[in-house]
Write a protein that binds this ligand. Structure first.
Ligand code: SF4
Length: 327
């Protein structure tokens, strides 16, 4: 049966609203996420539905050596159009910039600052590494879960951000500024950086003393103070580390890949890093250690809640495109 544009839009809308309702976030966040998603669907339905959505929220692992593995989820998956147009997608939400005196965006937070941050960060390189060397767990409705290796020789990652402004906006304004290519040399740097970080974590575990780092400038970032500053670090209530943990929150889809990595996550020599664990460890080793402990909840805020609801909605929309294009 042919799906008309109006049918597809309605299906996307319904899927997105259902996902928002089911998202484990506040009622306010759900209410705010709805219009953003409607904007997103209208803006990208023609472009995104033209692709085959190979993966949507598929967890992956990249084995770097016998004791080190990188895990994660390319939230918005990988899209393919033909045999050569294959892109990993990272769709984000970000806060709206403050206005300067002339009515433009603040010099401290604007489109260019965002593009620079994302280009220089480890996240896209991690996803590109997974597209070249990783193994993805693919689960589709009505089919058995499958492990798939993409082996894309020179991966591309496309990024977009929905700016939570009134009205909403999309960064980058020129879509081509959000497309990044990852040649092998660059991926080797990503790999090396993870291996070095894993070696540091292993060494800190072997020392069997805490804390792994003292407070300092790194406790204060982006105009906010680390959540462990008062209750733990500056009052020197450092919880002891005994058994190594993965550091993934219970609901994180990356947990699904752990049974496939072929390593014992409880072995103190085994280091499993996600992009966010790598980032936390790069900011502060103690932050990584505490966040990786069992029972420590992830950071919470209204902004994160809205982002989570929008992401859930976008993933649901991508699944609609995936189903439609596989029919
Ligand atoms: S965990 Fe690290 S960043 Fe956070 S308060 Fe402690 S020392 Fe500072």
């Amino acid at each position: 049966m042919t799906t008309t544009a109006a049918d597809l839009h309605a299906e996307c809308h319904n899927a997105a609203m259902k996902a928002i309702i089911a998202a484990p976030v506040s009622v306010t966040a759900k209410a705010l996420a709805g219009p953003y998603l409607e904007y997103w669907i209208s803006r990208f339905i023609a472009e995104d539905s033209a692709y085959v959505h190979v993966f949507v929220e598929s967890p992956f692992f990249v084995k770097l050596d016998e004791r080190t593995v990188v895990v994660g989820v390319v939230d918005n998956g990988v899209m393919r159009r033909g045999s050569s147009d294959i892109v990993g997608c990272e769709w984000k939400t970000c806060k709206a910039p403050k206005k300067n005196k002339g009515g433009g965006d603040s010099a401290y937070w604007n489109e260019q600052v965002w593009v620079d941050q994302i280009r220089e960060g480890a996240q896209l390189g991690t996803y590109a590494l997974a597209m070249r060397q990783g193994t993805f767990l693919v689960e589709m409705e009505g089919a058995e879960a499958e492990l798939i290796e993409m082996r894309v020789p020179e991966p591309y990652i496309r990024v977009r951000a929905l700016v939570k402004d009134l009205p909403p906006r999309i960064w980058p304004t020129n879509a081509e500024n959000g497309l990044f290519k990852f040649p092998l040399e660059m991926l080797n740097y990503v790999r090396n950086a993870y291996l070095v970080k894993a070696g540091m974590i292993r060494a800190m575990r072997r020392a069997k003393v805490v804390p792994w780092q003292l407070p300092g400038d790194h406790c204060h970032k982006f105009n906010s103070t680390c959540r462990f500053y008062e209750g733990m670090c500056t009052s020197h209530r450092h919880p002891p580390t005994d058994i190594p943990t993965i550091g993934l929150q219970p609901g994180d889809p990356a947990n699904k890949i752990i049974p496939y990595i072929g390593m014992d996550p409880r072995d103190p020599e085994v280091v499993i890093l996600s992009y966010s664990a790598y980032s936390a460890a790069s900011r502060c080793a103690e932050l990584h250690r505490i966040e990786a402990m069992e029972g420590v909840e992830g950071e919470q805020s209204d902004a994160l809640d809205i982002g989570a609801a929008v992401h859930a909605g976008i993933a649901a929309v991508n699944r609609v495109y995936q189903r439609v294009n596989f029919q």
